[in-house]
Design a binder for this molecule. Structure first.
Ligand code: URA
Length: 195
């Protein structure tokens, strides 16, 4: 087995670097196109993700898939979806800083192998994990950051959009920017039903 992504997957699936390994049913490695130019990063698995071993399969995943589809993206064709932590925190609490720190090196390796041009950070945990532990999503969302030569767009987590539908308007503005950037740096012919 010399595919580096498969090798990394094997390592992540047997990880026990933090206590979250004790309560998990499945490690959620991530899912999508292994050389996608767009990568979405969420927080961590919830109940359904832990049951199935796949990211974003519950209610917020359905909304994420819908937003991506309208924007011309999907995990089947041109996107990779990962999380800051790969194992479900008990009762879906936010991952603790020590859990994020234990897990981030795996995400760094995933990013290095997928090599996305654009990273979408879904919510505060992804923003804190990748960019700055003190950052707040409400201040950063909608603004392009550059990070290790990649474009990074923080936006709201889909679960925040489900809780507070008024935030959807801002989220769509963020996705317009993502579509524009994808056309600029990846594929000028990129088709979206939305923008
Ligand atoms: N929420 C996340 O942040 N990630 C998932 O995989 C599912 C729900």
């Amino acid at each position: 087995m010399d595919d580096p992504f498969l090798q990394l997957r094997e390592q992540i699936l047997s990880c026990n670097k933090c206590d979250l390994c004790q309560g998990r049913i499945h490690v959620v490695f991530g899912e999508g196109v292994p050389d996608a130019k767009l990568m979405c990063i969420g927080e961590g698995p919830g109940y359904y993700e832990d049951q199935q071993g796949r990211p974003f399969v519950g209610a917020s995943g359905q909304l994420l898939d819908k937003i991506l589809a309208v924007s011309g993206f999907s995990r089947q064709t041109n996107c990779f979806i990962a999380n800051i932590v790969k194992c479900r925190p008990p009762q879906n609490r936010d991952p603790r800083p020590d859990e994020r720190e234990a897990c981030i090196p795996w995400l760094m390796q995933q990013i290095a192998i997928v090599n996305p041009a654009i990273i979408v950070l879904l919510g505060g945990t992804a923003l804190k994990g990748l960019i700055d532990p003190n950052a707040h999503i409400t201040r950063y969302r909608g603004q392009w950051l550059t990070w290790h030569g990649r474009w990074v767009m923080p936006t709201f987590h889909p679960s925040a959009l489900l809780r507070t539908p008024a935030l959807k308007r801002d989220a769509w503005e963020d996705f317009k920017k993502i579509i524009d950037k994808y056309r600029e740096v990846v594929n000028p012919q990129h088709h979206s039903d939305y923008h």
